[in-house]
Design a binder for this molecule. Structure first.
Ligand SMILES: Cc1cc2nc3c(=O)[nH]c(=O)nc-3n(C[C@H](O)[C@H](O)[C@H](O)COP(=O)(O)O)c2cc1C
Length: 223
């Protein structure tokens, strides 16, 4: 499939089949994603891949941490900037509304929304979880480069018939993950990626998010 086709095909999948993904498959995806560009070829990414018992252990620890602190750990920075302005605010709200509507969860049903959020911490049933780890010394640029790696990984997975969901939600248990993986002080978990085979029956996987048209974000000069 062409890169353009893959870009159009990739979506965030939030329900996975109970079908394993081999270590070799993940290694191959990482082997592709490592060719992502990064400023100065710094390659600021590190990853921790969990499956089987290691995956279950993370899920278990996250559950305990969230039971203790349902709002999540304080974190080093908010997942979204506080007071998100337009047009970003409406886009985020729309995506949430559409997702919960597909899941049959009403705006008022806070408990069901909370339950749906909790599925993040089970990788939405995916057999593999990938944690993106970055050195705290890295700046804005290197964080962006990490994103390039993640998109490459997602597209490579898509080509193999696999599906992904990137998961910043894991930042809610960042301290717990740091301790769990015994990371050195200078490293931190940025984001998770759920990886597996999409459940074609799950309504939530029918979500197709919109994008602003080119005119809304691009300025052309000198043509
Ligand atoms: C870095 C990153 C982190 C994300 N974190 C989450 C998350 O924690 N939970 C979730 O359900 N979706 C998460 N998403 C998925 C976004 O909601 C999704 O990409 C967006 O709504 C666009 O939809 P699409 O991926 O289906 O095109 C994340 C996406 C990115 C790029």
């Amino acid at each position: 499939m062409s890169v353009i086709d893959l870009l159009h095909k990739r979506i965030s999948v939030r329900a996975f089949l109970d079908k394993p993904v081999t270590e070799q498959t993940v290694r191959d995806l990482l082997d592709t994603a490592r060719w992502s560009p990064s400023g100065g070829n710094v390659q600021p990414w590190k990853v921790i891949v969990v499956s089987g018992a290691a995956r279950d252990a993370v899920i278990q620890e996250a559950a305990v941490a969230l039971q203790r602190n349902p709002q999540g750990e304080a974190g080093e920075y908010p997942i979204y900037p506080s007071g998100l302005q337009e047009p970003y605010r409406s886009r985020r709200a729309q995506m949430g509304e559409d997702m919960y509507a597909l899941m049959g969860i009403s705006r008022e049903d806070k408990a069901a929304r909370m339950q749906a959020l909790q599925r993040n911490f089970q990788f939405f049933g995916a057999p593999v979880g990938v944690f993106m780890v970055i050195d705290r010394a890295m700046g804005h640029g290197q964080w962006a480069h990490m994103g390039m790696f993640m998109q490459s990984f997602a597209l490579a997975a898509e080509e193999q018939g696999l599906a992904t969901c990137m998961q910043e939600a894991w930042a809610m248990v960042r301290d717990t993950l740091h301790a769990h993986f015994q990371l050195p002080a200078e490293e931190m978990v940025y984001c998770g990626i759920a990886l597996g085979y999409a459940d074609p029956e799950a309504a939530v996987n029918g979500l197709r998010t919109a994008r602003a048209p080119v005119e809304a974000f691009a300025e052309f000069r000198g043509f």
